[in-house]
Design a binder for this molecule. Structure first.
Ligand SMILES: Nc1nc2c(ncn2[C@@H]2O[C@H](COP(=O)(O)OP(=O)(O)O)[C@@H](O)[C@H]2O)c(=O)[nH]1
Ligand SMILES: *[C@@H]1O[C@H](CO)[C@@H](O)[C@H](O)[C@H]1NC(C)=O
Ligand SMILES: [Mg+2]
Length: 402
């Protein structure tokens, strides 16, 4: 192929791919009418033929006859195609990342995959939050990976730092003891700030006010499969409020009193516990003790209004007052998981078992049809779900067998 042909072929490939992707879902279909320049279609501007006919030539394997070579798409054509995509039905949703400037290149790796697998067609905004000012380099490099909007915010110091009322002597002693026991991040105050922020504050940042749903993205993760549907619309249409891919057992040393604190809260506020909740995922003895199961929160697709609810706001406030984010090392994963499991009916939690995902050292790789549909590149044999350290079987078991 000459370079020119290659370019035409490449551009056609992109648009054909885009169309095939969108046409999988009748929902999106109407929005693709007129997406392709009329010079590329069999029946002209589509005025006489149906939309299917107009795009029909793209499904055939024949090349255009000599002398009727389609024009290379102009940048206007491409912009038009993108604008059409923006007109499709979408949720008020955002891809959210908490990051340091030093996370830039590890985050770009995640973001590039997010774009390639999903957001190049979905065009959801990104929000990046930091306890520090983002550098120009950070902003330029992240914006350059996407044509979607990127927003950058700084975290209110009160939402980040250890509160005054925490007894620093007690907190220091706890960190020393956890360091001695070699507990991961046991020594770290910033890590604790991060866990507290992700538990109780990210959804209150003014930049997130405009949104209902978020997808949390961390540095250095992998997304293995193409998404041919919009997971935010799935959440919205099916009334889901929390979505996960991986689940596992928490290190008990990081949360020794979290369950007792939770039980105390529930006694004060039994009205927040949903009927048909997922207690069976959290406890093997009807709530007496915590089995340490949690959804791995480095991947979350969630409803921000779950965290903004009275139930969760009061729960977080109660936990925060206990000081366990600093006297222990409570993670946002068990805090979110316990809340979602108790305050929601279990049907409102969704296992995205068709999203291939890795955050070291664990990964979820879709199986069978889902693997094929997503054109996944992970090895299906390398999936954590049914290892002894995973809680996903427990999750499956709380639902009646089909
Ligand atoms: N701004 C900021 N982000 C942080 C800090 N510590 C962690 N993060 C972010 O919080 C998330 C979790 O941190 P990470 O280091 O991946 O923790 P791990 O996944 O539990 O090992 C990532 O998105 C990090 O970029 C911090 O001190 N400041
Ligand atoms: C939790 O509460 C029970 C009952 O008050 C108590 O016996 C137990 O020691 C507490 N557990 C921890 C880890 O504090
Ligand atoms: Mg991480």
């Amino acid at each position: 192929m000459t370079p020119r042909w290659k370019y035409v072929g490449g551009a056609l490939g992109i648009l054909v791919g885009l169309h095939l992707l969108l046409s999988l879902h009748s929902d999106y279909r109407s929005h693709t009418a007129g997406l392709l320049p009329s010079s590329w279609t069999k029946s002209g501007a589509g005025s006489s033929g149906s939309e299917d006919q107009a795009i029909g030539s793209w499904h055939s394997s024949e090349l255009p006859p000599e002398g009727a070579i389609p024009q290379m798409p102009s940048s206007d054509d491409l912009r038009l195609a993108k604008d059409k995509l923006k007109d499709r039905r979408r949720a008020k949703a955002v891809i959210f990342s908490l990051a340091r400037n030093s996370d830039l290149y590890d985050l770009l790796s995640s973001m590039k995959q997010m774009e390639d697998r999903f957001n190049h067609w979905a065009q959801y905004d990104y929000i990046f939050l930091n306890d520090d000012d983002f550098t120009d380099e950070f902003k330029e490099k992240t914006s350059a990976l996407t044509s979607a909007n990127c927003k950058y915010g700084k975290i209110d110091p009160d939402h980040w730092h250890q509160p005054d009322w925490i007894d620093e002597e007690k907190a220091t002693a706890a960190r020393k003891e956890m360091t001695r026991k070699k507990i991961i991040y046991g020594h770290s105050v910033p890590y604790r700030n991060m866990c507290r922020f992700n538990s109780g504050f990210f959804f209150r940042h003014p930049l997130l006010d405009d949104y209902d749903y978020y997808w949390r993205m961390e540095p250095s993760v992998k997304y293995f499969c193409d998404l041919d549907y919009d997971p935010f619309l799935l959440m919205q249409d099916q009334g889901k409020q929390y979505g996960f891919t991986l689940s596992l057992y928490e290190y008990i040393e990081t949360i020794p009193t979290l369950w007792n604190a939770t039980k105390e809260f529930i006694q004060l506020h039994p009205e927040y516990v949903a009927e048909g909740n997922s207690m069976g995922f959290l406890s093997d003895d009807g709530g007496e003790t915590y089995n340490k199961c949690h959804f791995w929160s480095n991947f979350e697709i969630g409803d921000l209004n779950l965290w903004r609810s009275d139930a969760y706001m009061k729960y977080f406030e109660f936990l925060d007052q206990k000081g366990g984010f600093y006297y222990e090392r409570w993670g946002d994963a068990p805090v979110h998981s316990i809340a979602a499991s108790l305050f929601l009916p279990k049907e409102k939690i969704h296992w995205f078992d068709d999203i291939g995902y890795r955050h070291d050292p664990f990964q979820h790789c879709p199986q069978n049809d889902a693997h094929k549909r997503g054109k996944c590149w992970c090895n299906p044999a390398d999936t954590f779900d049914f290892e002894s350290y995973s809680c996903t079987q427990k999750w499956i078991d709380i639902f009646p067998k089909p």
